[in-house]
Design a protein around this ligand. Structure first.
Ligand code: UDP
Length: 330
C-alpha cells in the first residue's frame, strides 16, 4: 500500500517505521523544517539543547523500550528535579528529603506549596479548573529518598540526542520538510496516517481546539548542580529552568539554561499541551466521532488524539493501533 504520513514527530515517525518494515511504501509530509516534533534537539553553544523543553524518555513497557533501542543506545539519566518554594529548595516529588527541609507537610500543604502556583502559571486558569488528570501526574508524597522524577524501569536520553534517533528511525523513508497542507492532501495515497491536530484535518469545522504553548528564553550561565529547577511560586514568571548540559553529562563551564514561560497557543506558535477543560473535551469528542466515520485515515499522537500522552504512551499507542500485523484498512 502507498501510505502518506502527516507529521514527522514521534507518532508519525514510529508509524512510518512500522509500516515501512511491514512492506508498505511510506512518504512523510512535515510542516516544520525538522523531524522529531517537540522531541527535536540540536547543538547550541556547544551544548545539546532540547529545543522544545526537557524530554526524558521513561517507560515500564518492554515492547516500547525494545522498539526505541533499535535506533539508538540510551544514556541512563536520573532526572532529578528540585523545586524553589517559600520553604526553600526541595526535591519534587515531595519525599523524605523534602520533609527534612520543609517539614513533614500534609497533602493539602504539599499541594499549596508545589502545585497551585506552578499549575496556575502553566495552565493559565485557577487551580479549581484544572482537572485532576493533569495535577495527578506528579505524586504528592513519596516515601523514601529516591529523587528521580519518574520511577519507570527504563529512562534516559539517546546518547547522540533525539534527533539522531529520529534520523535512524526514518532511514530510507522520504520526508518532505516545510511542506504545506495542499501537498499532503494532494499526494496519492491508499491510506493516511494523520498526526497533526485533529481539528486541522477537518478544517476546524467544529471549532478550534485550544492548546497551551511555551516560550523559551535561553541564556549562557555557569553549569548548575541541578538539571531542572521548578519555580513553584508567583515571584518568577517561568515554570522551570533546565540546564541542558546534563542530558549528555557534558563537563562544561558555561551551559545553556532554558527557561519556560507558559502562554496560550495563538495559531502561530507551537502546540504543546491539549487543554482538557474549557469546552475542549466536548469539542474533541465531536471531532473523534467524525474521525471514526472517516475511511482510510488513522489518527495518532498527542495532537490527533488530543491527549496528554508521554513519549512512551505515544509509541505504545501507535504500536497498538497499527496492530500486530501492521495492516491498515484502506
Ligand atoms: N506540576 C506542578 N508543580 C510542579 C510540577 C508539575 O504543579 O513542580 C503540575 C502542573 O500542573 C503540570 C503537571 O503537574 O502541568 C504535570 O507536570 P509534568 O512535570 O509531568 O509536566 P511536563 O513535563 O509534561 O510538562
Amino acid at each position: 500500500m502507498k501510505i502518506v504520513v502527516v507529521g514527522a514527530g514521534l507518532a508519525g515517525s514510529v508509524a512510518a517505521r512500522l509500516l515501512t518494515d511491514a512492506g508498505h511504501r511510506v512518504e512523510i509530509f512535515e510542516s516544520r523544517g525538522h523531524i522529531g516534533g517537540n522531541c527535536y534537539d540540536a547543538w547550541q553553544d556547544g551544548v545539546m539543547v532540547h529545543q522544545y523543553g526537557p524530554h526524558c524518555f521513561h517507560t515500564d513497557k518492554p515492547a516500547v523500550w525494545e522498539f526505541v533501542n533499535r535506533f539508538t543506545r540510551f544514556r541512563e539519566t536520573a532526572c532529578a528535579v528540585v523545586a524553589n518554594t517559600r520553604l526553600g529548595q526541595i526535591p519534587i516529588p515531595f519525599n523524605d528529603i523534602s520533609a527534612e527541609i520543609a517539614g513533614d507537610l500534609s497533602p493539602e500543604k504539599i499541594r499549596d506549596l508545589l502545585f497551585v502556583d506552578y499549575s496556575e502559571k502553566h495552565w493559565g486558569v485557577p487551580w479549581a479548573e484544572i482537572p485532576r488528570a493533569i495535577t495527578g501526574r506528579v505524586p504528592q508524597r513519596r516515601v523514601g529518598r529516591d529523587c528521580r522524577y519518574h520511577l519507570d524501569q527504563w529512562q534516559g536520553v539517546p546518547v547522540q540526542g533525539f534527533t539522531k534517533m529520529f534520523e535512524a528511525m526514518l532511514e530510507g523513508i522520504p520526508v518532505h520538510l516545510n511542506s504545506t497542507e495542499e501537498e499532503w492532501r494532494s499526494a496519492p495515497a491508499d491510506h493516511i496516517i494523520f498526526s497533526g491536530s485533529i481539528d486541522d484535518y477537518f478544517a476546524k469545522a467544529m471549532g478550534v481546539l485550544e492548546y497551551r504553548s511555551l516560550e523559551f528564553e535561553y541564556t549562557l550561565e555557569a553549569k548548575r548542580e541541578h538539571f531542572q529547577i521548578n519555580e513553584c511560586n508567583r515571584e518568577k514568571a517561568w515554570t522551570r529552568a533546565v540546564d541542558h548540559s546534563h542530558w549528555l553529562d557534558q563537563n562544561v563551564e558555561q551551559t545553556v539554561i532554558g527557561r519556560e514561560f507558559p502562554c496560550e497557543w495563538d495559531g502561530t506558535n507551537t502546540r504543546f499541551y491539549p487543554k482538557p477543560f474549557g469546552g475542549n473535551p466536548e469539542k474533541f469528542q465531536k471531532y473523534w466521532e467524525a474521525a471514526k466515520a472517516e475511511r482510510g485515515v488513522t489518527f495518532l499522537g498527542r495532537l490527533a488524539t488530543y491527549k496528554y500522552l508521554d513519549m512512551d504512551d505515544v509509541v505504545a499507542q501507535v504500536m497498538v493501533k497499527l496492530g500486530d500485523k501492521l495492516m491498515v484498512e484502506s
